[in-house]
Design a protein around this ligand. Structure first.
Ligand code: XMP
Length: 319
């Protein structure tokens, strides 16, 4: 069995040896891997660590505050939160092609990250939350989930281009080991068991072109969906679950009048490897409650649909 205590001890001394007195930058995304990386580094070399969190304006409700509270607040990490939402949204304005969105977001992320990293005096190392499956996939021309996800992520290739030495403390671990390590490091259960979230964020769940208003609609609907899943103890049964804002409007009625408003799709899947996935069967009473809440509480939405497609041939995300 994998021993957390001995891993922590060995990895801490290995890290200290690797970085010496050098300064380490760690990009935080709010996800499990980068959070565990940052928490581990905080424990091992806190005085030499600076974390960067880029707010790209495509985050879920409360996400930025959670990261801030957890790291700056709880761990006392030296954290730079860069609010770059304006530049991301400007560059995305009017773009509706999914791959084009990914490219813009990937390149903009590198621009913003590099600019911030340059202001950190004598930074020599870049910490990454690379896991063992990523390591094997990138060694081959793999088309497994990890390789696919990395390929999406690394538009432009962050680490090599920036010229840092890499620090990858999780590179021998599998996901479940990373989660257990996260728990041992004191990260909250809610974070450790969080579903994966794509690098391009809500941009690929806001179908068609992305705007502040549409993002806010999506964010609100998604927050209600997550709240209900947690409330009914269903969150951890899903591999991934989220709301999608469709690029169509549909007719509805309200009082004596007709409405012509947005449609939200709910996507929830069970999966082990994200290569194949089944749509999740949720108690109709729960789906009904989520739908009613979204339609009543989210302005501009008059219809909710539930996605009953398996992967393949559908994908988990809609874009
Ligand atoms: P699909 O939609 O291809 O998704 O079935 C499989 C997994 O990959 C995630 N995904 C992404 N992750 N950048 C990412 O970091 C992306 O551009 C991206 N696209 C999809 C998706 O959320 C699911 O977990």
């Amino acid at each position: 069995a994998w021993k957390i205590d001995s891993f922590l001890e060995e990895e801490t001394s290995r890290l200290r040896k690797q970085v010496g007195t050098g300064r380490v930058i760690c990009g935080l995304s709010g996800g499990v891997d980068s959070s565990v990386t940052a928490a581990l580094l905080t424990r091992a070399i806190s005085d030499q660590l600076t974390c960067i969190f880029v707010d790209n304006g495509l985050l879920r409700r409360g996400e930025r505050d959670q990261v801030d509270q957890m790291f700056r607040g709880h761990f006392k990490t030296d954290l730079r939160v860069v609010d770059a939402s304006e530049i991301f949204l400007q560059r995305l304005a009017g773009v509706d092609d999914p791959q084009k969105k990914r490219e813009i977001i990937g390149h903009t992320f590198i621009d913003v990250f590099r600019k911030e990293a340059e202001t950190i005096e004598d930074a020599r190392f870049l910490a990454q939350g690379t896991l063992y499956p990523d390591v094997i996939e990138s060694g081959t021309k793999g088309d497994g989930p990890a390789a696919t996800i990395k390929a999406h992520h690394n538009v432009g290739g962050l680490p090599a281009e920036l010229g840092f030495d890499l620090v990858e403390p999780l590179r021998d671990l599998f996901k479940d080991e990373v989660r257990r390590l996260g728990e041992a490091l004191g990260l909250p259960e809610q974070l450790v068991w969080r579903h994966p979230f794509p690098g391009p964020g809500l941009a690929v769940r806001c179908l068609g072109s992305v705007s502040d208003d549409r993002l806010e609609t999506l964010r609100h609907a998604d927050a209600i969906f997550m709240e209900e899943l947690h409330q009914h103890d269903l969150y951890r049964e899903m591999g991934q679950a989220f709301a999608v804002l469709l690029p169509v409007r549909s007719v509805g009625v309200m009082g004596d009048g007709r409405t012509y408003e947005h449609v939200i799709a709910l996507r929830a899947v069970t999966t082990t490897d994200f290569m194949t996935a089944d749509w999740a069967v949720i108690d109709p009473a729960v789906v009904g409650k989520i739908s009613t809440r979204i339609i009543n509480e989210v302005r501009g939405v008059n219809r909710v649909v539930y996605d009953v497609s398996t992967k393949p041939p559908a994908t988990i995300e809609w874009e």
